[in-house]
Design a protein around this ligand. Structure first.
Ligand SMILES: Nc1nc2c(ncn2[C@@H]2O[C@H](COP(=O)(O)OP(=O)(O)OP(=O)(O)O)[C@@H](O)[C@H]2O)c(=O)[nH]1
Ligand SMILES: [Mg+2]
Length: 210
């Protein structure tokens, strides 16, 4: 069944920091890597999340409910955006850290990485920090339309090694590459069996019951 996304809650600061009692997957990554664009592509709606060619567009934690699945995708402000004041960056980092650490319903964090760039320290720090916190990391290489096939495979192998053997999903918000694979990965991360593997199990149960 086709999924739809609805913006249900926006968190601007510590005072709004309450989260739903439902599974969540957050999207993290450096400013401008394509987090909001990826969300729009998954939603099939160009304007659902605001995007910009200028880094620092998303400035709040935005929770999108996935229907009919019942979990949330959470768009985060990007890290590594240098043009904000030091105080502002510290405030954001603290808010994001509090969201990511104090949240028992967080099932994973998709770390988005620009497929054109070599691994950046800030991405490695993020992955290391999430692992230390025990949060599953889902790797996504963005802007795959801008990379040659050869670069894509090289980056995939490089990040697979950095992610403990798990190959990242190659994704493009422009072409739609990786759309099905990413939904499958998110569904799995929140414990939803994919329909193809669930169907035979259901049939078997019915046969046993009869
Ligand atoms: N070619 C190409 N451009 C992309 C893709 N995804 C995003 N972009 C462009 O990259 C820029 C940044 O995209 P956003 O989705 O706003 O990035 P973000 O990670 O949400 O950025 P912040 O909100 O600042 O953290 C925009 O100009 C997008 O059009 C992609 O898959 N391919
Ligand atoms: Mg954004």
């Amino acid at each position: 069944m086709r999924k739809t996304l609805h913006l249900e809650k926006t968190i601007y600061g510590q005072n709004d920091l309450t989260v739903p009692e439902a599974p969540q997957i957050a999207l993290a990554g450096r400013s401008n890597v394509g987090k909001s664009s990826l969300l729009n592509r998954l939603a099939g709606r160009k304007q659902l999340a605001k995007t910009s060619s200028t880094p620092g567009k998303t400035q709040s934690i935005n929770l999108y409910r996935v229907d009919p699945s019942g979990y949330y995708l959470v768009d985060l402000p990007g890290y590594g955006y240098a043009r904000r004041s030091k105080e502002e960056r510290a405030r954001w980092a603290k808010l994001i850290e509090r969201y990511l650490t104090g949240n028992e319903r967080l099932q994973g964090v998709a770390v988005l990485i620009d497929c054109r760039l070599p691994p950046q320290q800030s991405d490695l720090d993020m992955v290391g920090w999430l692992r230390a916190e025990g949060v599953p990391v889902l790797g996504v290489l963005t802007k795959a339309d801008k990379c040659t096939q050869r670069d894509r495979q090289a980056q995939k192998a490089r990040w697979a090694a950095l992610l403990g053997g798990q190959a990242p999903v190659l994704f493009s918000s422009v072409s739609g590459m990786g759309f099905e694979e990413l939904w499958r990965l998110f569904d799995q991360a929140v414990g939803l069996a994919d329909t193809e593997s669930a169907a035979p199990a259901q049939r078997q149960e019915t046969a046993q019951d009869a």
